[in-house]
Ligand binder design. Structure first.
Ligand code: 4AD
Ligand code: MG
Length: 432
């Protein structure tokens, strides 16, 4: 049943007769010749049906087969540098598997709403296939990086009673007799437990935020990878973040050339993503904004437009550290040299892609952490387990979270996060 040959492997079959299975991507004809472009998920292949070479019913089938019909094709593989993918098939036989009804996503232009309504079909298109392959490669680069740097994968739960990143973006549910529970905003608190057990860990999974803002950078369900390291301070954390980002970008550049080309990505911008990345303080970032005519109040958090201005000053990701503690999470350690500042770091991607990494050194002192929990009006009883990590062998430790879809959007050069995940979830959309 399964195909014996995939399009990506055709180079091993030049001059031979093979059989392939796939879908009709596109069709052209000129008199006695029909050109059927097959896609099989691994590539695209021009199948040439020449009237003189096949039985009349095969030629008729080549005429009536519709876009997205599934079919099997047999023929001889010929190398042709000009052809899509570099090979062509001289067809000898054709078998229909299922005739497609009139396909809604024709090569003409469609509005974005129409396309997302048909996301289950839209993922078949060339550009989307390229993005999804890059996403997969980013995921593999993330895993490879941590697996080869002494980290252990430590899965965090999805259902949790703990608010990690503020209480305004929680997805709430009734959890049997136990009261309220939430979809996790971040695996970090659990990763901290893992770091104290295993030294260096990472969590990697879906995270949820009931983001009320409709922006091109926010999803309500997104994937995040979160390394957490015992005995790392903020500087160690930044060293790791830049090595990690460089590795991801350079690996994808090396390994997904075809896909980046399909997306018409200007890769010269990505080639510059090499260590060292600039490191500036929040104060220095505020200076940049002021110099660029932004009326910015010290103490505020940066908005998307501010991040763009800051990142435009640099040709590689910029690390902004030491934010006002007021705008950051309860678990961040204060700077011993200035307790108004948190030992936080955000990494802003170039080209206006905004914050892709958020991280910090964690508060490791028991009493200070309790006061922070109280200041943030968090229910202490649900944080007792987290406080145990400071009761029993607390150590300085740090970590960060990288948003997968923001990273993929940046690498692919996308306008909006919604194309960086197979089925995007946003405030105004939870289908298909
Ligand atoms: O800065 P954030 O909120 O940090 C945390 O969640 C920490 N607990 C991470 C840690 O230290 N372990 O989120 C981290 C990253 C952001 O930089 C961004 O890339 C992504 O997660 N992110 C989102 N991506 C898509 N849609 C959203 N609504 C996102 N919110 C955050
Ligand atoms: Mg953040």
């Amino acid at each position: 049943m399964r195909p014996s040959v995939y399009i990506k492997d055709l180079r091993e079959h030049v001059g031979k007769e093979v059989s392939l299975k796939g879908w009709l991507y596109h069709k052209r004809s000129s008199g006695k010749i029909k050109f059927l472009i097959m896609r099989d998920g691994t590539g695209y292949l021009q199948c040439v049906v020449f009237k003189g070479n096949v039985a009349p019913e095969i030629f008729e089938l080549a005429d009536k087969i519709t876009q997205e019909s599934s079919f099997e094709v047999k023929g001889a593989v010929r190398e042709d540098k000009r052809a899509i993918g570099g090979y062509e098939l001289d067809v000898t036989d054709l078998k229909l598997i299922s005739l497609s009804q009139e396909y809604p996503i024709t090569p003409k232009e469609h509005g974005i709403e129409f396309l997302i309504d048909h996301r289950h079909l839209w993922v078949r298109s060339k550009k989307q296939v390229a993005i999804l392959k890059i996403r997969h490669r980013v995921v593999k680069a993330i895993r490879d990086f941590f697996d080869s740097h002494g980290f252990t994968l430590f899965d965090a739960p999805i259902i949790t009673p703990n608010a990690c990143e503020g209480t305004s973006t929680l997805f709430e549910m009734d959890y049997f007799d136990l009261g309220k529970a939430y979809l996790t905003q971040s695996g970090q608190l659990y990763a901290e437990s893992g770091a104290l057990a295993l030294g260096k860990v990472y969590t990697f999974g879906p995270t949820f935020r009931a983001e009320k803002s409709k922006t091109r950078r926010h999803l309500t369900e997104f994937w995040m990878v979160e390394p957490e390291m015992a005995f790392y301070d903020l500087n160690d954390n930044m060293d790791l973040a830049e090595e990690f980002l460089e590795y991801i970008v350079q690996t994808v550049l090396e390994d997904r050339k075809e896909e980046l080309k399909e997306l018409e990505r200007d890769t010269s911008k990505l080639e510059k993503v090499m260590r060292p990345f600039p490191r500036i303080t929040y104060d220095e970032a505020v200076e940049i904004l002021k110099k660029n005519g932004v009326d910015f109040k010290w103490g505020d958090d940066f908005g998307g437009a501010d991040e763009t201005i800051i990142s435009e000053q640099f040709d590689r990701p910029v690390m902004v550290h030491r934010y006002p503690a007021e705008v950051k999470a309860f678990y961040m350690k204060r700077d011993p040299e200035n307790p108004n500042l948190a030992l936080a770091v955000d990494v802003l991607a170039p080209e206006g892609y905004g914050e892709i990494i958020g991280g910090s050194q964690r508060e490791d002192d028991y009493d200070t952490l309790i006061s922070r929990i109280k200041e943030h009006n968090l229910p202490q009883e649900f944080f007792e387990w987290y406080l145990d990590l400071r009761r029993y062998g607390s150590v300085p430790h740090s970590g960060f979270g990288l948003g997968l879809e923001r990273t993929v959007s940046w690498i692919c050069g996308l306008e909006h996060l919604r194309e960086a995940i197979p089925f995007p979830r946003m405030i105004y959309r939870n289908t298909p």
